[in-house]
Ligand binder design. Structure first.
Ligand SMILES: *Cc1c(COP(=O)(O)O)cnc(C)c1O
Length: 500
């Protein structure tokens, strides 16, 4: 299996090169040259446990990895001790809205779904780097809206041959997310807040990535940049696995024959998670509708409904901060596929997006998008109401991101009348990670103090907070720097010990 770039169809690279490089030199994203179809293999795959399924799917895409290397990656990433058993859990809700199955992807070390990919990416990366001639230390630069940063720090911490440096928007993450990052342990990590919002932090990181003079300095000292953001193929691939896994679990729970369709509803920001579901569908997994759920930053809802992508709008800081994004990078990969791999047309759209802030797709692409996807959005008050209703009616405690998906699924049922297709509602974070918002959604006074809030949520819902979140209370703060975006490059050089 070889990979090409969305902005250069002629390119051919191996998986290890693509994972080490992160993004293509001309700015495009790497995509597999074709997607393997496993439809006739579904009955066999349905009997595998999570690790077994991950190995089978990785094998199809990482053809320059040996079987041993793949086994090593999978085994180290998805150890039962790290996830408290199988890495994902499925909770079924009944009721008027048909058969809803909540796919909890947050049982890993940082209590958000990013762990599913970021526990394995460091292993993919070290194997990939070992295949290249240059023996450089990889510097992972991350801009985060909260969850990626912590998950990357945990995934890469003390992995030899790597450093990880994380930038987060000072005012754009939840108090718990901030504390998770500020207390991060490990000898190869660094964390820094940036004045501004997520897009400012992302722009600062992109600027460093593409600055040739910084690259030279790094080169001279034996370092190279790499990326753990969701544009890296090594982030997307692991996410394909859980859609297969969830499907097989539902077939068992609902007594469906393998081959019958399901829907998936995904709370979406950078379009990575839902793109993995689309890839699973292209590989033969019977998915009927891909339900794309946004918060008030509803640039994707508008795109799905109109074919116009327009980021020129107000940016809202919402109660689901990990989805507060106006540029959904991975959409580029979808459009490349739908365009029949026309990298010229795509490059023009992407250029127009960066220059003018908008683009419009042709009618054919727009039709395909609408056939595949349902797009909806949910603002903060509807999010809170959904948390409250789901708790009262289904006795299920959802976090703010999951609630957005639950509400948009409800909108889908109302508009399509399809309440008979079993649906996976993807749950991306523990409710305890956004404890203040969840408490106020339950109409309980939140104290403003995170750890008191945790105790209170435990006592009113009779649920248990993840131990790793509770433990943060007594960990010392290691990182409290706040800098301007323009100082980010200096911070990187200093952290690597190669500043002037
Ligand atoms: C990152 C994140 C999302 C959005 O996922 P994308 O792959 O960026 O669409 C949703 N919920 C949570 C909790 C997240 O951390």
């Amino acid at each position: 299996m070889q990979y090409k770039s969305t902005r250069n169809s002629k390119l051919r690279l191996d998986a290890s090169q693509v994972i080490a490089q992160g993004i293509s030199t001309e700015g495009g994203l790497f995509v597999p040259e074709s997607l393997p179809n496993v439809k006739i293999d579904l009955p066999r795959l349905s009997n595998l446990d999570y690790q077994g399924l991950a190995k089978e799917i990785f094998k199809l895409f990482l053809t320059d990895f040996t079987e041993e290397q793949i086994n090593h990656c999978v085994k180290n990433a998805y150890e039962p001790e790290k996830f408290g058993g199988e890495p994902v859990k499925l909770v079924s809700l009944k009721g008027d809205l048909g058969s809803r199955h909540i796919l909890e992807l947050w049982h890993g070390p940082t209590c958000a779904f990013k762990d599913m990919a970021l526990q394995v990416l460091p292993h993919f990366l070290t194997v990939s780097l070992s295949k290249s001639a240059e023996k450089k230390e990889a510097v992972i630069l991350v801009a985060t809206s909260g969850d990626t940063g912590k998950a990357a720090l945990e995934g890469f911490r003390d992995v030899s041959g790597t450093r990880v440096l994380v930038f987060y928007p000072q005012a754009g993450v939840s108090p718990m997310q901030k504390r998770q990052m500020a207390t991060q342990e490990g000898g190869n990590v660094g964390v820094c807040a940036i004045e501004g919002n997520f897009d400012d932090a992302q722009a600062a990181v992109k600027k460093i990535f593409t600055d040739s003079s910084i690259k030279e300095v790094l080169d001279k000292h034996g370092f190279m940049f790499s990326s753990a953001n969701s544009i890296n193929w090594g982030r997307l691939l692991p996410q394909i696995v859980y859609y297969f896994y969830a499907y097989f679990q539902i077939c068992k729970a609902d007594k469906l024959t393998v081959g019958n369709p399901i829907n998936v509803a995904v709370p979406t920001g950078n379009f990575g998670n839902i793109l993995a579901a689309y890839y699973a569908r292209e590989m033969g997994l019977p998915i009927k509708k891909l339900i794309c759920a946004s918060n008030a930053n509803k640039v994707l809802t508008d795109f799905i409904n109109t074919g116009i992508y327009d980021r020129r709008r107000e940016f809202y800081a919402t109660s689901s901060p990990s989805m507060d994004i106006l540029i959904s990078s991975n959409l580029e990969r979808l459009l490349y596929g739908l365009l029949g791999e026309n990298s010229e047309v795509l490059s023009n759209w992407m250029e127009q997006l960066s220059r003018e802030g908008h683009y419009k797709v042709g009618d054919d692409v727009r039709e395909k998008v609408r056939e595949l996807f349902f797009g909806g959005f949910c603002n903060d008050s509807a999010t809170a109401q959904t948390i409250r209703n789901t708790w009262r009616e289904d006795n299920y405690l959802a976090d703010t991101h999951t609630a957005v998906a639950l509400d948009v699924y409800r909108q889908y049922v109302e508009s399509s009348g399809d309440s008979s297709t079993p649906t996976v509602v993807v749950s991306t974070a523990s409710p305890y990670k956004f404890v203040g918002s969840v408490l106020s959604a339950l109409e309980t006074l939140e104290s403003g103090e995170e750890f008191e809030n945790i105790l209170q949520l435990e006592s009113i819902t009779n649920t248990t907070a993840p131990a790793q979140l509770k433990a943060l209370q007594h960990k010392p703060i290691r990182f409290d720097a706040v800098i301007k975006a323009s100082q980010a490059a200096g911070y990187v050089l200093e952290a690597l010990g190669i500043g002037e």
